[in-house]
Design a protein around this ligand. Sequence first.
Ligand code: NAD
Ligand code: SAH
Length: 417
Amino acid sequence: MNYIVRDIGLAPSGKLKIDWVKEHMPVLNEIRRDFEQTKPFSGVKVAVSIHLEAKTAYLAKVLKAGGAEVAISGSNPLSTQDDIAAALAEDGIRVFSWYNATAEEYKDHLVKVLETKPEIVIDDGGDLVNLLHNEYSNLAGQVIGGCEETTTGVMRLKAMEKSGLLKFPMMAVNDALCKYLFDNRYGTGESVWTGIMRTTNLIVAGKTVVVAGYGWCGKGIAMKAKGLGAKVVITEIDPIKSIEAHMDGFKVMGMDEAAPLGDVFITVTGCKDVIRGRHYAKMKDGALLSNAGHFDVEVNKPELFEQSVSRRVVRQNIEEFVMADGRKLYLLAEGRLVNLAAGDGHPAEIMDMSFALQVLSAKYMLENGRSLDNKVYKVADEIDRKVAQIKLDSLQVKIDNLTPEQEEYLYGWEHGE
Ligand code: NAD
Ligand code: SAH
């Protein structure tokens, strides 16, 4: 079986969506043109597990244009778009995924991807790599190396490396400058608000928004909230990030203090139980709870279920919880990443850079992986700068170059002033 999709008849709608994003992904287009000539992945089996929407579909098509035999699944049960999956299947790409997969189906789809015996793995959050290190470690042998898309995935890989468990080298794509400075900050900043606004159809201006975590994603979400006219509160565990948030003009406090103030809560920490039982007890009637971090454990759902007397879905992606005292709390997108589970994720121009890094890092891994140790590697500066340069060219922005005298002045030591 070459594909498992919900309805192959949805392919025309998916194709239109892919064609739209392609027009807005100039960096990947440039790389695709090169790959069509050079075919760097000729006959190479590449496994991909990334949110299966239009931009990811285009990533798969660029790999295919480079000669790869691609097998793809989603990286979250709620972010796969069935029409996109159908379009890829019709294009001859092995795709195993559908929207709203059960936990068993989700895993089964990942396993189907691994059964193609990939040599290169492109992962988002570590689900594929995890299987390759546990139940399916028999399939790890032929993997030359892989690339990881997100912060939490990279943290997990580094922990595995430290314990000596990593079975093949991995590139920390998330840690490239052209990734986290733009994807995590501006991408999450914008797409979280697109997701919340279109899901709730409620105004942001004038509301108190509590953002838990002032990392790269949290900074973007807070900055955009401020731009939309919200009063922004930050919760953190890191003293330095807390001062940064304070100097950026936000109120900083603990979640216990923030709980009764917030109209909208967004967790984006990669941690668990950031909002939990004792916080629900203090929240305002009508508070909206959402998460943009790696997994659906940042808002503690079991404690919310326990403390509520009834629950019902009141609108797509919004579940209402009535508490014992009659207050109502609303959980968006089952506490999964709200920008992807209740939206299309980051905009095309952002994923253009992230996925350009992915394909160039995958090519690097293919060419060098066999001589690397089983460690987590930084994306090479040349790759980061290449992506930035193609992006600038596509924006028709020209920047200055150092004169030889300036170069000597900046980097030499023999000048007096
Ligand atoms: P980061 O490491 O830059 O920031 C995380 C921040 O959370 C840190 O400042 C940390 O001190 C803080 N934190 C940790 N535990 C906390 C707690 N209990 N309470 C309050 N603050 C806490 O990471 P990032 O790049 O901002 O990513 C954050 C999460 O979002 C990760 O899980 C990442 O994988 C995910 N992510 C999601 C998207 C998306 O599209 N939704 C995009 C990129 C990354
Ligand atoms: N398996 C995890 C994945 C973490 S998602 C989970 O769902 O719980 C975080 C990653 O999603 C980010 O690093 C970002 O690069 C990626 N992302 C954001 N918008 C996207 C989009 N439109 N298409 C594909 N990936 C996207």
